[in-house]
Write a protein that binds this ligand. Structure first.
Ligand code: PUT
Length: 288
């Protein structure tokens, strides 16, 4: 194990943004899909990267996983059958397991290397992947959703990596049309919709696509602050087939009880509400 510096570079269609971290390189594997690595960094603890792009770190992953899970779940407390596409590090599954009335979590991860690396080096994320409620499929999420019958799931979480490489199809119109088809009539979805500052085109395209499929009034973009992602400003899309509006139907008291009970690190009722307040330049991007 040698302490060293590593440059990690996120890319979008026009530019690249590199950040240097220091630490030990503890895992490297070229899978059939991508290069998976783990660094034990000085600043952020263990860091999982794919093709030199940061997927998660021990120190700031809560800001991602708590927000992609608890925002939709606390709005829809009766949801019991959940599908996660991607998310092989296990962080989303760990947060879903906190909702004790969930009966089944199906997770579909294309790359078993991610699962293996996370189980070995990131136990704080992957701890619930072997939970009895979890049904794990090593399979392409696009194929899986195409082969799924109509109206199967209460909630679908698209916990994708970035739209370069194998995850590109998880940002397509056809994929979200299939997600819509597989949601129950009262169902909802939450997805990683990238950074409005860094991945502007992807952010706008995915929101337009969701608006077209779910109806603009049923699509709500929300933000989280994740220091190790490019620019730190990150977004998620909550889209609903059912009626649960993210603010009008929000039960602050229940969210407060849940936050305290689980000692959450990022999510709380105030963050839930404020996450849907978008800076003007982001609103303009969505309204143009
Ligand atoms: N699973 C989330 C990955 C996003 C990385 N930028």
């Amino acid at each position: 194990k040698i302490s060293r510096s590593v440059w990690l570079t996120d890319r979008n269609e026009n530019v690249a943004l590199s950040i240097r971290h220091k630490g030990e390189h503890i895992f490297y594997e070229k899978s059939p899909y991508q290069t998976v690595e783990i660094f034990d960094t000085f600043e952020y603890g263990k860091m999982l990267t794919i093709d030199k792009m940061v997927m998660c770190t021990e120190k700031d992953e809560n800001a991602y996983h708590e927000m992609i899970v608890h925002v939709p779940m606390l709005l829809n407390p009766s949801f019991s059958n959940v599908l996660v596409i991607g998310g092989g590090d296990g962080g989303s599954v760990r947060e879903l397991i906190r909702h004790s009335h969930i009966q089944k979590i199906t997770i579909v991860e294309i790359d078993e290397t991610i699962i293996r690396a996370s189980k070995q080096y990131l136990p704080s994320l992957s701890s619930q992947l072997n939970n009895e409620k979890v049904d794990l499929h090593i399979e392409d999420g696009i194929t899986f959703i195409h082969n799924t019958d109509n109206e199967q799931y209460d909630l679908i979480i698209v916990d994708s990596s970035d739209p370069v490489g194998p995850a590109e199809g998880l940002f397509s119109y056809e994929f979200y049309r299939q997600i819509y088809r597989c949601l129950k009539p009262d169902g909802a979805m939450a997805a990683n919709t990238e950074s409005p500052c860094f991945n502007q085109k992807v952010f706008v395209d995915i929101n337009n696509c969701l608006s077209d499929i779910f109806g603009k009034e049923n699509v709500h973009s929300y933000l989280s602050f994740i220091p190790t992602y490019p620019t730190g400003m990150w977004s998620f899309g909550y889209a609903r087939k059912g009626s649960m509006h993210p603010l009008k139907n929000f039960d602050s008291e229940q969210a407060e009880i849940f936050t305290k009970k689980h000692n959450l690190k990022y999510y709380n009722p105030g963050i839930h509400r404020s996450a849907f307040c978008l800076p003007t330049f982001v609103q303009n991007m969505l309204n143009e």
